[in-house]
Design a protein around this ligand. Sequence first.
Ligand code: PEP
Ligand code: MG
Length: 878
Amino acid sequence: SKPVYAFEEADSKNRMLLGGKGAGLSEMTRLKLPVPPGFTITTEVCNKYYDNNKKLPKDVMPAVMKNIAKMEKKTGKKWNSTKNPLLVSVRSGAAISMPGMMDTILNLGLNEKTVEGFAEQTKNPRFSWDSYRRFIQLFGKVVFGVNDEKFEHVLDSAKSKQGVSDDSKLNVESLKTIVTEYKKICEEHTKRKFPDTPNEQLVLSIEAVFKSWMGERAIVYREKNNITKDIANGTAVNVVTMVFGNMGDDSATGVVFTRNGHNGKKEMEGEYLINAQGEDVVAGVRTGLSIELLKKDMPKSHKELSNACAKLEKHFREPQDIEFTIEQGKFYLLQTRTAKMSAAALVKTSVDMVKEKLISKERALTRIPAQQLEALLHRTMDESEIKNYKLLAKGIPASPGAASGIVVFDVKKAIELGDTGNKVILVRKETKPEDVPAFFSSEGILTSLGGKSSHAAIVSRGMGKPCIVGCPELKINYDNNTCTANGITIKERETITIDGSAGTVYIGDIPTVEPKVTKDFEQILEWAQKTKTLGIRANADTPEGAILARKFGGQGIGLCRTERMFNGSDRINLFVEMIMAENIEERSKILTKLGQLQKSDFIEILKAMEGYEVTIRLLDPPLHEFLPNPEELVEKIQKLESSGDTNEINKTKIILKRARELAEINPMMGHRGVRVGITYPEIYEMQIKAVFEALVELTKKKVKAHPQIMIPQISSIAELNHIKKIYDRIKKDTETKHKMKLKINFGTMIEVVRAALTANELATTAEFFSFGTNDLTQGTFSFSREDVEGKFLPEYMEKELLERNPFQSIDVNGVGSLIKIGLAAGRKLRSNMEVGICGEHGGDPSSIKFCHGAGLTYVSASPHRIPIAIVAAAQAAI
Ligand code: PEP
Ligand code: MG
């Protein structure tokens, strides 16, 4: 392609080549909107410049000069003229906007001679000399890398010499002196004469913009924002006729959104400044006036602006973010791009634009980044208040939402304080199942260890409670009940506020704002429901979770983790007693009681999900997780020994013995899941029986319950068949006892690599599959799901050894292949087999896209992520 395109020669189709700014300016020119004449040097030239050892290819400057000639014709001004000089700005512009990351030069074309011509043209010598000094300052900084402070210093002494405090009061004499001084600074810095011809200035400026693409600021920005070469490859350079918003009180400059970027209302939103240059608005040097005031200040320009907004929106079918300048009453557009909006504004504008027949329903759905909807479903910190509070620490955002409360480190105390009306933030190094009762009593959870799929993270998400994990800078001291970060120590009962969406911990009580599901949001969800084909189920283990999931549009439960049900304060002790039982008789007695409790839980959940499948997974974690850890017990015994309570000491010693018996070096690959079910069959028997009994009761009441039983950690068909025999026996017994036929699907999780590879065998018994992508990811990478995020994973991401956190977004090449193998094997034997996923990936939009493409039946996500999953599934289907 050509190295240079005049605005009138191009359009907005090729952003990769022209960059966002160039594409926008070209398209606006085509639409006959008032854009100052100019041209774009392509991103391809930028890449050639680097390939060519930082030299401009030979054909570039001749093409540039041809286009300068075209600008002369259109403006009636002359390049390098001493009477009526053409001045230009040189602006960067990559395919993706990188605000403030690259360089811009203004007022180019001025030198000792043309400055006089400019004074004549504007009839304003003060203004033209001020423009000239601004040019040298910007040029010196950008092209030569002169420290801006040196210029500021000269400016300050000129002001004090003349006895004025404001730049705008400097007279021509002072400005001329400043120009001389500025040039001297540049010449000392470069050891060469200041380039005086506009041609020379232009070449150096173009090169400087290309150089800024590889400037440190820009590189870091691209890294942080994941801007890879396929999204933006090099910057373009835009050379635009200068227009001046600082030519007096009939001039102005501003930025405006065509619709409100916060709430989406159909009204212009933005700011302008009278008698100012564009950079003044962007840099926030002066406080802008609200755009409505322009109607009174400059009614004609206001009208032109609102007409332009309407035209651009209609053309781009997307709210725009616009820059404009008014030069002595004449209105110009300098930029347009898609407006970046809040989630609420995206939702409202989507619905409105469909009503206005501007966009289709499909477009309304796809233009909303599903992940962003998260912000609408949770309490958030009051944005305007945050600046008044001090940041204590930053961790991994594990469960979204904001919450304030008093810091409590001890689990029992958290329950006590929480249940007596205090707002509590539970702060722990890590959490275990036995700590879950405290989750119910707390507003939010903060742990210094762990990652996104650690216990605290998963449990909090399931409950919809804000949670931050993996915050190693936070040092927790259980002995004196304090935590310390960044040199600040927080004592028990001091108040903090956590934001589980950002991972930030603040000191004090920051006001939070309640989420509300608006009519517009409901409309979006309704469209998405009708569009998607993938099923969306919930990971829920309480009736409340099931009700919430259903309210959000969930169609069934893909994972009910039964171990969670043992965590209620009325049963955790019973469960511990069961583990401590010395023989099977004793254990069976306790299990009967636990069975009653489980049955009533199942009944409630099945009722809440009437008409939909509820997949109940039998006990999964290793038993020792329900006991305190041995170190804590040893400490407890030491403390007790000083008080001499022998009874309590002996009791604790017995627990310690059992805890040691059960302890494992690698519990995640240890005695858990089906392995517990095989070695303690009475536990699984109790659970299976409770499901059947619940079904009997509900069937008698004519409730349409569809429980399914799912076995975790299966690695072989032998294991599955072993449990299936128990299931068959209980099924038969229950059917005989109640004289009714009962149907409960029997299936397996696939979360062990071997299970995926032998899915053809498993499918002979399993009626459904559910991929446990948390454990499957752990097994596939041999990365500990509890540890990686706090250890080497961040460095892996930084060094680009991993593109994404595989515990968050499915690793398509590895884990994804296993899913495809398992799915194909299952469907080969049972063509309509229900196959879903129930790991944390079920709520992640890019994983959902994969699942839709692979042909899974459903994804299962925590209740609060269901709306996101529904929209993501619709997007995948479009
Ligand atoms: C999984 O491993 O993906 C899963 C859903 O089970 P859990 O997270 O309970 O181990
Ligand atoms: Mg698992």
